[in-house]
Design a protein around this ligand. Structure first.
Ligand code: KIV
Ligand code: NA
Length: 265
């Protein structure tokens, strides 16, 4: 199989073929995702929660993200690799973001992900113009948990919804190729997806109408402690192996069987 490129992902969006994404933090799981045909592998700063046991993503460092990116990159032959820029590594401005994104690209990332709306557009443009593909991330942005006051659905009121629509358009115009919509009402996520012309929306708790879907690996394998969120599905239920669970996720996302309306808000 040919490696997944940014161009191929754009073609998938244009043709209405769902983009599959999972998080990975090490070479073995990454290789398994690669084999089962996961299109994009995200080294998420959720590793602060699921690997390190922190209560938020805020303590994760750039060097930790680079280390896990190197591990994942060694496991992937085909999947497109993107890495989260951790808290504090890009918010100062475009120059800081460029310097730190370069470290992650050198570690094996093919795209970086940054949280934030319109105020990040200048930084997105700066990176894209200098050869670094960018995935944006709006809705529930975990690095802003202290400002948001918890992990809850965003854009439920009219003002919030209009702001998110404007954010998405500004990020697309700045050159972001993808955008994660996290904990966004299904109707709003569908409207945002329909309003865009080039940027692919990747949902998590954002309903069935995004261009693609992402889950945290440890959530979809049912190994993260605690009550799972409504948007999570445990693919180990009824699967004989982890590889089968991941393959079933890929099939269900591609066929539009996951997520359903019941997984959304
Ligand atoms: O860190 C992460 O795993 C993420 C996904 C949930 C999108 O940002
Ligand atoms: Na993240």
């Amino acid at each position: 199989d040919k490696p997944v490129t940014l161009h191929a992902l754009g073609k998938m969006r244009a043709e209405g073929r769902k983009i599959t994404m999972l998080t990975a933090y090490d070479a073995s799981f990454a290789a398994m995702m690669d084999r089962t045909g996961v299109d994009t592998v995200l080294i998420g700063d959720s590793l602060g929660n699921v690997i390190q046991g922190h209560k938020s993503t805020l303590p994760v460092t750039l060097e930790q993200m680079a280390y896990h990116t190197e591990c994942v990159a060694r496991g992937c032959k085909r999947a497109f690799i993107l890495t989260d820029m951790p808290f504090g590594s890009y918010q100062e401005g475009p120059v800081q973001a460029m310097r730190n994104a370069a470290r992650l690209m050198a570690a094996g990332a093919q795209m970086v992900k940054i949280e934030g709306g319109e105020h990040m557009a200048e930084t997105v443009r700066f990176l894209v113009e200098r050869g670094i593909p960018v995935c944006a991330h709006v809705g529930l942005t975990p690095q802003s948990v202290n400002q948001l006051g918890g992990y809850r659905v965003q854009g439920r009121d009219e003002t919030g919804a209009e702001k998110m629509k404007a954010d998405a358009l500004a990020l697309e115009q700045a050159g972001a190729a993808m955008i994660v919509l996290e904990l966004v009402p299904s109707k709003l996520a569908a409207e945002i997806t329909a309003s865009l012309t080039t940027m692919a929306t990747i949902g998590i708790g954002a309903g069935p109408d995004c261009d693609g879907q992402v889950l945290v690996l440890y959530d979809m394998l049912g190994i993260f402690p605690g009550k799972p969120a409504r948007f999570v599905k445990n693919y180990m239920d009824g699967a004989a192996s982890i590889e089968e669970a991941i393959a079933n996720y890929v099939t269900e996302v591609r066929e539009g069987a996951f997520p359903t309306a019941a997984h959304g808000y």
